[in-house]
Ligand binder design. Structure first.
Ligand code: KG4
Ligand code: ZN
Length: 357
């Protein structure tokens, strides 16, 4: 089966072509630079960029995959959750392609796509950003569900933070989530307080490398709470007060690195400990993680250490597939079609508030 997938839920316009678990092409056009000027994603600008970019991005994906539109067997797109005006661009365009080709269409939950993204493995060197032509078949990113194990999955992005129990493929239950800010939002907002550009997550990651994570003691919200829920707004407020009371720190490059490392340590400790605890409580021996914040090196390192200590298998989404992309949408859609799950009607609407359950 050859499937075209489209993702436009937030600020990345992406199109991918997948075939039998292989990602033949995955083109991502990021709008980060556009929104950085405003300190966050501006929904109307995001929608206009998607309109501008969707056709060229899709044409590039098809060309890179060496696939003609007429050779597609199915089409998929992110249906929600996300920004309504952004979602509608990719979702309606994908429905139109399916209509024109007379092929099946699948609407995908963005978080469910992140959830299964750790099962897509990218051989090194990554062909995702390189030349498609000449890339050997075995180097293409490939989903491998033959190794599937029941797992606890941490989804950490700019909009959501959740712990999910995945009992079997396509059979999952959300155990907990954030009751206020998401982990990525906490990185971005605390970074903004330090004067870092949006999105601050990657910059905090970079600066924290030269800092001391024990320099300042920030709260670990809900760490000892029995639930699988998270809360990060208190941590953000505590950073705000700390900077208000010690503004001189921001004039010292070394101290900014310490601040980044300390904030990062607080976020990472909560994410790792709660994930491991959920795995133990549910008797699973595999942990997976996905979403933009899974790019964070301290999080990857601490999850790896904790899983090694517990004897758990760890599957981290490939960095290129942590942030939003259509490859994960296509891989999940193909699995749903293979499992003969229902198709989405072509007159179905977007679901901006679609909650993963
Ligand atoms: O999954 P994603 O691309 O978009 C959403 O669905 O939200 O995640 C974006 C988030 C942003 O908050 C960004 O700051 C964060 O992921 N992020 C990071 C890193 N790379 C991206 N946070 C911490 N460390 C990183 N290296
Ligand atoms: Zn996402």
């Amino acid at each position: 089966m050859t499937l075209l997938a489209i993702e436009t839920s937030c600020d990345e316009t992406s199109a991918a072509v997948v075939r039998e678990g292989k990602v033949l092409a995955n083109i991502v056009s990021s709008q980060i630079k556009l929104h950085a000027e405003y300190g966050g994603v501006v929904p109307e600008l995001a929608a206009r960029e998607h309109l501008r970019n969707l056709i060229p991005v899709t044409q590039t994906a098809l060309a890179e995959a060496g696939v003609q539109a007429g050779q597609l067997d199915a089409v998929a797109a992110t249906q929600g959750p996300g920004l309504p005006n952004a979602l509608i661009v990719g979702f309606k365009a994908a429905q139109a392609v399916a209509f024109a080709l007379g092929k099946p269409f699948v609407g995908i939950n963005h978080h469910e796509a992140h959830l299964y993204s750790p099962w897509i493995q990218t051989a090194s060197p990554s062909p995702l950003k390189g030349e498609r032509a000449g890339v050997r078949d075995e180097l293409l990113p490939c989903a491998d569900f033959s190794k599937f194990q029941p797992n606890i999955s941490l989804i950490v992005s700019g909009g959501h933070t959740m712990i999910v129990l995945v009992e079997s493929e396509l059979n999952h239950r959300v155990l907990g989530g954030t009751i206020d800010d998401a982990a990525g939002e906490c990185f971005d907002k605390t970074g903004k307080l330090m004067g870092l550009a949006y999105p601050a997550g990657p910059e905090i990651d970079r600066l924290a490398e030269q800092g001391n994570p024990a320099a300042f003691d920030f709260p670990r919200p809900l760490l000892h709470d029995a639930s699988d829920d998270f809360s990060f707004s208190g941590l953000k407020t505590s950073v705000r007060y700390f900077i208000r009371d010690h503004p001189e720190l921001l004039d010292d490059a070394e101290k900014i690195c310490d601040l980044c490392a300390s904030v990062q340590a607080a976020i990472v400790e909560v994410l790792v400990k709660k994930t491991i605890r959920a795995a133990k409580r549910n008797g699973v021996r595999c942990v997976t993680a996905s979403g933009g914040v899974t790019c964070n090196r301290a999080l990857r390192h601490e999850l790896a250490r904790a899983c090694e200590r517990e004897g758990f298998t760890l599957r981290l989404a490939d960095k290129a597939l942590c942030t939003d992309n259509a490859a994960m949408v296509g891989i999940l859609a193909e699995r749903k079609l293979l499992h003969q799950l229902p198709l989405s009607p072509l007159d179905e609407e977007i679901k901006p508030g679609w909650v993963l359950t």
